[in-house]
Write a protein that binds this ligand. Structure first.
Ligand SMILES: Cc1ncc(COP(=O)(O)O)c(C=O)c1O
Length: 380
């Protein structure tokens, strides 16, 4: 089956019990045994649940992986994956990852004996120099949040293979519609399904896709042991969202390109960060490794924080809110919102300035979006 068909038919669909076309929500904590020691495939919903299983199979197939796992949030997925490591292990992570990922690594996992090096993943030598005997994992996010930096996945995988390191990639921004990291040799894909996979801002969720039986067994063990799994109803909402992923992503991208083109010519704008622009430093790599550039556009205002505040107060069609990937357009200020957990000097070093705004370009009429940006950017 091809991508669009997988998104609608993967997993046990229609349902084996009664042929329901819409995946049933198995809202149950526990399952009756057929006999002592004999289940009908499920015993307890933390371990596995039929609604969750359809979502897990669907995401695994969309990513071209071995198995999928659905989590309560993107952070629950990441926390589970990082527990594949043990005290003393070292991780090299992209420096401009989502703020919550940085916080999990820096403020939580360090206390459990893991060590992290954060760096820009655009230079082979820089990455290789950071590798130590204790390095176990390379963690990347491309396009990154919020700067839309692009990492050459094949280059990172090549380094990982030479040094026998596990690779993890956060594919939240691109989704498997635009980018399939496993085809480039990535070992584990993580998602915040809260974003494009669900697509409607009505759930928080996460996912992991594995590439080997060994990794699948270890992730399933941790999911069950840590209890980080998603609820049946949340899985159903994500499944419903994924059915329209293809058409949504095409339109998100179309609108994002128009927004990026508009912003790059605006006198109040210092710079636009969108990998679809020729001027973006990662444009050629993005063109090679992605099928499209996605729906998030960040931009920096010349006049800094005062201009940011005025813009965010004036927007009407865009809403001032955290998150991204839904049908409704959102705008946020990374320095005080999504990336506030990064210390100021670190944030500025990686390029997340006070003048930076991140837009999640939704599916409204593009003229309404441009009109809204236009009036919000007018000098006050
Ligand atoms: C790229 C990326 N990864 C992970 C997360 C965390 O996901 P969640 O908010 O579902 O826990 C986010 C949230 O914004 C994100 O943008």
């Amino acid at each position: 089956m091809r991508f669009e068909t997988i998104a609608i038919h993967a997993g046990e669909r229609p349902d084996a019990a009664f042929g329901a076309v819409s995946v049933p929500i198995y809202q149950t904590s526990t399952f009756v045994f057929e006999d002592v020691g004999k289940t009908r495939g499920y015993d307890y919903s933390r371990t596995a649940n039929p609604t969750r299983k359809v979502l897990e199979d669907t995401i695994a197939q969309l990513e071209g992986g071995k198995a999928g796992f659905a989590f309560a949030t993107g952070m629950a997925a990441e926390a589970t994956v990082i527990h594949l490591l043990k005290a003393g292990d070292h991780v090299i992570s992209a420096d401009d990852v989502y703020g919550g990922t940085y916080r999990l690594f820096q403020n939580v996992m360090r206390d459990f004996g893991l060590d992290f090096t954060f760096l820009r993943m655009d230079d082979r030598e820089r990455i290789e120099e950071a590798i130590r005997p204790s390095t176990r994992m390379l963690w990347l996010e491309t396009p990154s949040n919020p700067l839309l930096n692009i990492t050459d996945i094949e280059m990172v995988v090549d380094i990982a293979n030479r040094h026998d390191l596990m690779t993890v990639m956060d594919n939240t921004f691109a989704t498997p519609y635009f980018l399939r990291p496993i085809e480039y040799g990535i070992d584990l894909v993580v998602h915040s399904t809260t974003k494009y996979l669900n697509g409607h801002c009505d759930v928080v969720g996460g996912a992991v896709v594995t590439t080997t039986d060994d990794l699948s067994g270890r992730v399933q063990f941790l999911l069950n042991a840590m209890g980080t799994c998603a609820s049946p109803f949340d899985c159903w909402l994500v499944l419903r969202g994924i059915e329209t992923l293809t058409v949504r992503m095409k339109q998100h991208e179309k609108n994002a390109i128009a927004v990026a083109d508009y912003l790059k010519g605006h006198p109040a704008v210092k710079g636009v960060f969108y990998p679809g622009l020729d001027s973006h430093p990662g444009h050629e790599i993005a063109k090679r490794q992605m099928k499209g550039f996605g729906g998030v556009v960040s931009f920096e205002l010349k006049e800094g924080i005062e201009a940011v505040n005025s813009f965010l107060k004036r927007i009407n069609v865009f809403s001032l809110a955290e998150s991204l990937g839904g049908v409704a357009s959102l705008a946020e200020h990374p320095a005080t919102m999504s990336h506030a957990s990064m210390p100021k000097d670190y944030r500025e070093k990686v390029g997340i300035t006070e003048g930076l705004i991140r837009l999640s370009v939704g599916l409204e009429n593009i003229n309404d979006l441009i009109d809204d940006l236009c009036q919000a950017l007018e000098p006050s």
